[in-house]
Design a protein around this ligand. Structure first.
Ligand SMILES: *Cc1c(COP(=O)(O)O)cnc(C)c1O
Length: 436
């Protein structure tokens, strides 16, 4: 079966190929590409999944998504090379698990999507003579994952805009020490300024065509495809094949959306629990059925500081635009910074395991869900979206210990930074982009 897509804003635009969806990134009228039908895994695959390696699982799922769009051997190679690191499932308590999604090069789960998208996009551009420039604004994590994901990938270069003085030292090192086809622009402004500049660039038809501009945020369906892989891996690694509760620390809802896709593809899932920080637009939506986007507020789990989660639009298509359908599969809880800090402390004390703030939000959400549902024996799997060392300032302050940096981060400290400082103005960015 070849997967085709439609435009979420203009549903009459259908039958769109995977290639078009990935190469264009965003559909007309700021719409999202949504699959007309999701691929299905076979009964046989599920029955033997526990005996398969991570690599075999990743290849099988990629092969289903890319069937008819990419030759099967290429699809498998792309998946293998994208996920060339491990995805351990850690058992903390008899029914509580942590799925560590932070073993990729930038130590956050965004590596899965960014690395897969980079390779798929590069495949589609190969031989067309077309080249693309990926332009992203970042408050830290997305920029580093995207730059690292596309590093050295042919026909594509990456330009990351980040706000001067507002990303952590480690994040800045991750974005500025790669070189090759990656460029880091330090903007004299804040994150919103960076985002505004990127939007202006996309609205400039001449520039967009000239540079082949594309985006790599979770609007691009290519990222979500790769995020379905690890839901299957998690299920395969459970001691007993029982449908688990997946807990997803959520911001833009891309990760949750991928989980819902995995369920619709046939993965046994008991329920989804979304954990948000004080930016609780989605929690409110599930409770009231009303969607009220608002400006984001800063929290300790800053990669989830999102006030207008764009993937809600995709979720709504999966649930036939019906909030009641969504409520049957998904619960959501908002967690304060205070609770988050207390969770990091209590898990460190009880299990000697250090959570990052985003994962801690997930652990709090699971606890609330268990209290409400009274289902204490269902296996719970909290997606751990980042390594605690990425947020070491806040984590070290809570546990009063120094975190050991993983070798990948440690090595960065001695590397040279390549930074292009620019003024916060459209003219400055335009001039700079045309000169790169
Ligand atoms: C991006 C990010 C999230 C939020 O994921 P969404 O797909 O936007 O919901 C959570 N945790 C970390 C560490 C992230 O980088």
């Amino acid at each position: 079966m070849t997967i085709r897509f439609f435009n979420s804003r203009i549903p009459a635009q259908r039958g769109i190929s995977l290639k078009d969806a990935i190469v264009r990134g965003q559909a007309e009228n700021a719409g999202l590409f949504v699959a007309e039908q999701l691929p299905r895994v076979s009964e046989q695959f599920l029955a033997q999944i526990a005996s398969l390696s991570d690599q075999q699982i990743v290849e099988e799922i990629a092969s289903l998504w890319l069937a008819g769009s990419v030759p099967d051997d290429v699809a498998r190679k792309i998946a293998r090379e994208a996920v060339n690191f491990e995805t351990p499932l850690i058992q903390l308590a008899p029914s509580d698990h942590i799925l560590e999604l932070f073993h990729g090069p930038t130590l956050a789960f965004k590596d899965y999507g960014a690395r897969f998208l980079a390779r798929t996009l590069s495949h589609f551009l190969e031989g067309t003579g077309e080249k693309q420039t990926i332009l992203v604004a970042t408050s830290g994590d997305t920029g580093s994952a995207v730059a690292a994901g596309f590093l050295g990938v042919p026909n594509i270069r990456v330009v990351v805009l980040y706000p001067s003085g507002r990303v952590s030292d480690l994040q800045e090192l991750q974005m500025t020490t790669l070189g090759k086809n990656t460029f880091a622009l330090k903007v004299n402004g804040n994150f919103d300024d960076c985002q505004k500049l990127v939007k202006t660039a996309f609205a400039d038809d001449e520039l967009r065509t000239k540079l082949g501009l594309n985006s790599a945020n979770s609007i691009n369906i290519g990222r979500l495809i790769a995020q379905t892989f690890y839901y299957f891996i998690a299920y395969a690694r459970l001691k007993k094949s029982i449908a688990p509760v997946f807990v997803v620390p959520s911001g833009n809802l891309g990760n949750l959306c991928a989980g819902v896709f995995a369920k619709k593809m046939g993965l046994p899932v008991a329920h989804f629990v979304a954990g948000t920080n004080a930016n609780d637009v989605f929690v409110e939506y599930l409770a009231s059925g009303k969607y009220t986007p608002r400006p984001s507020v800063g929290t300790m789990s800053n990669a989830m500081d999102v006030g207008a989660p764009s993937n809600l639009e995709r979720l709504l298509w999966v649930y036939d635009q019906n909030v009641n359908n969504m409520r049957q599969d998904i619960s959501a809880y908002a967690v304060s910074d205070k609770e988050t800090g207390e969770k990091i402390q209590s898990v460190a004390d009880q299990y000697g395991y250090i959570l990052d703030p985003h994962t801690a939000v997930g652990c709090c959400a699971l606890q609330r869900y268990r209290m409400h549902s009274q289902k204490h024996d269902q296996p719970g799997i909290v997606l751990s979206t980042a390594h605690p060392a990425k947020f070491r300032e806040s984590v070290e302050a809570i546990i009063a210990k120094t975190l050991v940096l993983p070798p990948a981060l440690e090595k960065l400290q001695s590397k040279a930074k390549h930074v292009i400082p620019i003024e916060n103005s459209w003219e400055a960015l335009r001039k700079c982009l045309l000169k790169l």
